[in-house]
Design a protein around this ligand. Structure first.
Ligand code: HEC
Length: 433
């Protein structure tokens, strides 16, 4: 009898050890994709500015921290991509259920200084790089809602810092054109140099070409066809979502900037089909030059998130059933949009179902998504993914399978780059560490 008890004890001990192995493996793997906390040592008693790994600039004044210590240690996390969001179990949804699309998130936490406060008269001033989320961004604060961080207290961001500082034409050029056309306007990158372009192209032609060059090539416009022959196979993306006024503002900026820089660009030799070579490094520098910042004061040690509201879609329901859900620990079902920085951590509802928080319906864009689920059974990590689409009705069934690390790695690599073609083009390359 004693022996049996002993045996059972050992068994339960082993079982627990196994469980912990799986849980630890999950935590370990989440850590690999979470952004590294950056440890900063901020001197007190003098003004200091620090640029973090992903370009966020933090300004401290001499009495930002009311402490007698000579310096303050802070851990900073900048979240710029969806892999990091999923790894940290961050989402882009308000506590009220409203759906958001994120530019990026920021968290600053003091290290070993529990009572440390930020002086409200001289808070940390944050300059957060704009990566080009379309629309008007707001600043949100993170609140823990039963173990998942959700967003509250939206505040209109100081748009002036982003828009007034830079005229609209430049901003649009940065967001939609600088991935391919040089900002110095003289160099050919993926697309031709655009300096002095109005000296050799009609504005009307430029506007039509910018909005829909593929239609002009198909219709046989001689100039469009000649350019295509020289630059193919790269197709310039259509920009029909821009108004004529928007496109004209881009060309106004190009004309002024050409004058300011003394651009030497001449009309290209129309008969030549020699392709200009692409210099990848220059493309990176070009996009970096475009970086603009959102500015806001950081007053409490709490997550911040810069988002636009995604609210002009009809409400749809969503139900995800996970087979044998009760067998898994740490079960986590996540919905990620393929072309947006939009991540939703689904909430359990009942034994094996997951749904939206806090209601089973929300204004979800009806677009391609990736549904992912992770869980632990014993030592083994389980996961699954489903590439699908949100439509008027959404009932999905997921079956988790034991997963090799490589498969999960591949999934996370997929989530790393900024989503969507033609979006976030400007700062495309600033997102990799
Ligand atoms: C994905 C790369 C890419 C992006 C983004 C892009 N272009 Fe282009 N652009 C090209 C290529 C390549 C060509 C050469 C023609 C072709 O292949 O269709 C071109 C050609 C042009 C031309 C014709 C130049 C000439 O000599 O007549 C203009 C004007 C132009 N682009 C403006 C823009 C503007 C404005 C934007 C932003 C709204 C933009 N492009 C975005 C790749 C791009």
């Amino acid at each position: 009898m004693r022996f049996l008890l002993f045996f059972l004890l050992i068994l339960s001990f082993l079982w627990q050890a196994c469980q912990q192995d799986g849980v630890a493996a999950l935590a370990e793997w989440r850590k690999r994709y979470a952004p590294l906390p950056q440890r900063l040592l901020v001197p007190t008693g003098r003004d200091t500015s620090i640029t973090c790994q992903n370009g966020t600039i933090l300004h401290f004044c001499k009495n930002t921290f009311l402490t007698s210590a000579g310096s303050v240690a802070l851990d900073v996390q900048e979240v710029t991509n969806r892999a990091e969001m999923v790894a940290l179990r961050l989402n882009t949804q308000m506590s009220s259920g409203l759906i958001l699309e994120s530019e990026g998130m920021l968290n600053i936490q003091p290290v070993d200084a529990a009572g440390l406060r930020i002086n409200p008269d001289c808070p940390i001033r944050v300059e957060f790089p704009a990566r080009g989320v379309p629309g008007y961004p707001w600043l949100f604060e993170g609140q823990d809602s039963s173990g998942v961080l959700r967003w509250e207290n939206p505040q209109r961001l100081d748009q002036d810092s982003l828009i007034r500082g830079v005229e609209k034409g430049k901003r649009l050029f940065c967001w939609y054109c600088a991935a391919c056309h040089s900002q110095n306007l003289d160099e050919a990158l993926t697309g031709p140099a655009l300096g002095n372009i109005q000296q050799y192209r009609e504005l009307d032609w430029l506007v039509r070409f910018t909005k829909n060059s593929s239609r002009m090539i198909a219709a046989g416009d001689p100039l469009a066809v000649a350019l295509w022959n020289r630059y193919k196979p790269v197709i310039m993306p259509d920009a029909e979502f821009l108004s004529n006024e928007d496109v004209q503002s881009i060309y106004r900026w190009i004309a002024e900037e050409s004058k300011r820089q003394g651009a030497k660009n001449q009309p290209p030799d129309q008969t030549s089909t020699a392709r200009d070579s692409i210099n990848a490094l220059k493309v990176v520098q070009n996009t970096l030059m475009c970086l603009q910042y959102y500015k806001f004061p950081y007053t409490t040690f709490q997550w911040r998130n810069i988002d636009v509201f995604v609210d002009n879609y009809p409400e749809v329901g969503l139900q995800v059933q996970v087979q044998n859900a009760s067998e898994f620990e740490e079960l986590n079902v996540v919905l990620v949009y393929e072309t947006r920085k939009l991540v939703i951590d689904l909430s359990p509802s009942g034994r094996s179902n997951f749904t939206l928080h806090p209601y089973p319906q929300a204004r979800l864009p009806q677009e391609p998504v990736l549904l992912m689920a992770f869980g632990v059974k014993g030592r083994q990590l389980f996961s699954t993914e489903l590439h699908t689409r949100i439509s008027a009705e959404n009932n999905f069934v997921l079956t988790l399978k034991p997963e090799k690390q490589e498969a999960i790695d591949a999934l996370f690599e997929f989530l790393k780059p900024p989503p969507g073609p033609g979006r976030n083009g400007c700062n495309m390359n600033t997102e990799t560490r």
